[in-house]
Design a protein. Structure first.
Lengths: 195, 195
DNA sequence: CCTCTATTCTACCGGCCGGCAAGTAAGCTG
DNA sequence: CAGCTTACTTGCCGGCCGGTAGAATAGAGG
């Protein structure tokens, strides 16, 4: 029985992985179930043994990604108390995540709007929880330095903007290694061009 | 004859405007020609009198947007010589553009990949020219301050990241007015949190 | 061997897709 | 008035879409 479950899980994971790549590269709407079936070497109908609908598949991908993100943020938050060091760690984590999980990182930016109803709400809610990590830490950081940050939410979005926009241009194999990029972002945001 | 042309242009402009809104709100793939026809109060086939294909319509939208962007950047570049002031002006222009032309601004970020072949290349090429304005000015800015910027391209993308990510969160009617936001971006990038 | 269950395939569905051919009403031009 | 153009409409096309019913297959347990 355990054997059954693992085999099932293994196949499901394989489909899941191929789906991430395909949906990311083609876009959710463009990529058809037939494309996915061909890519994993199955029939279209066979796929429906593992998920109920195309939209559920997208949900599973995006929701699991948000779970991974939140778990990471949670872990950092528990481990690092100092706001400055924690903020640094958030940025490093974010860049690292993009490099190690490019497909899902791009998918959640490009195709989150393809979800509807409860699915959309669930993912959006986790994004809100994710943002609150940043906001809280950034607020403490300002407080620690004796210069509280006004327009806090806007600042959070500017910082996240730098972190997330990398999906548009960054290639980890280039001259700038992930940790260097993360440091760059932190210094530019906190110290400006002279940092 | 001039009358004909204007009437034709007027109708075309109307279709164009509705298309921008519809394609932006639904996404290019999701929005069908039938949806667009209904939205402008015509038949699907009638639309094809004004453009050759759905993809051409998207191209016309994105290409014209890039033209507007480049024209604006060109004008600023010609008018302002000082690198610092020019950089400020770029940022203000970018934020302003987003506020006044939200649909096309979002479209070019979300759906540029729906173009193929020559159309894609044409738009991408204009984006490259657009980036070169930023890069050149940022480089001069660093030189002017006696601190040349290394990883120049990365810095350009970080700055543009803050400017473009606003499509994900910014509402011009909120507490932060467009010029204030533009100033905020400039100060955060050049001076850090203390600016 | 048979049986049962897990997994996958064949064959099909209705519906919407982008696009086109042909027709037409209105208006302008001689 | 005829002749031509503009600005559409009607009606259709083949094709792909997501999704499903039910048969076939395979492997484990008895």
């Amino acid at each position: 029985m355990a054997g059954h479950k693992t085999a099932m899980d293994q196949r499901a994971r394989e489909i899941f992985g191929v789906a991430c790549r395909l949906l990311c590269e083609m876009g959710y709407e463009r990529a058809s179930i037939r494309d996915l079936a061909e890519a994993v070497g199955m029939t279209k109908a066979g796929l429906y043994y593992y998920f109920k609908s195309k939209e559920e598949l997208l949900f599973l991908i995006l929701d699991s990604y948000m779970d991974d993100l939140l778990t990471g943020m949670e872990e950092i938050t528990a481990r690092i108390a100092d706001p400055e060091e924690r903020l640094k760690a958030y940025i490093h984590f974010q860049v690292e995540r993009y490099c190690q999980d490019t497909y899902r990182s791009k998918l959640i930016i490009n195709d989150e709007n393809c979800l509807s109803g409860e699915w959309f709400k669930t993912v959006k809610d986790k994004q809100r929880r994710y943002l609150s990590y940043w906001r809280e830490t950034l607020e403490r950081f300002g407080h620690q330095r004796g210069r509280p940050i006004d327009h806090l939410s806007a600042h959070v979005m500017l910082l996240i903007g730098m972190c997330n926009w990398i999906y548009q241009w960054y290639h980890p194999e280039g001259e700038l290694r992930p940790p260097e990029l993360a440091d760059l972002i932190f210094r530019r945001f906190t110290l400006g061009l002279d940092g």
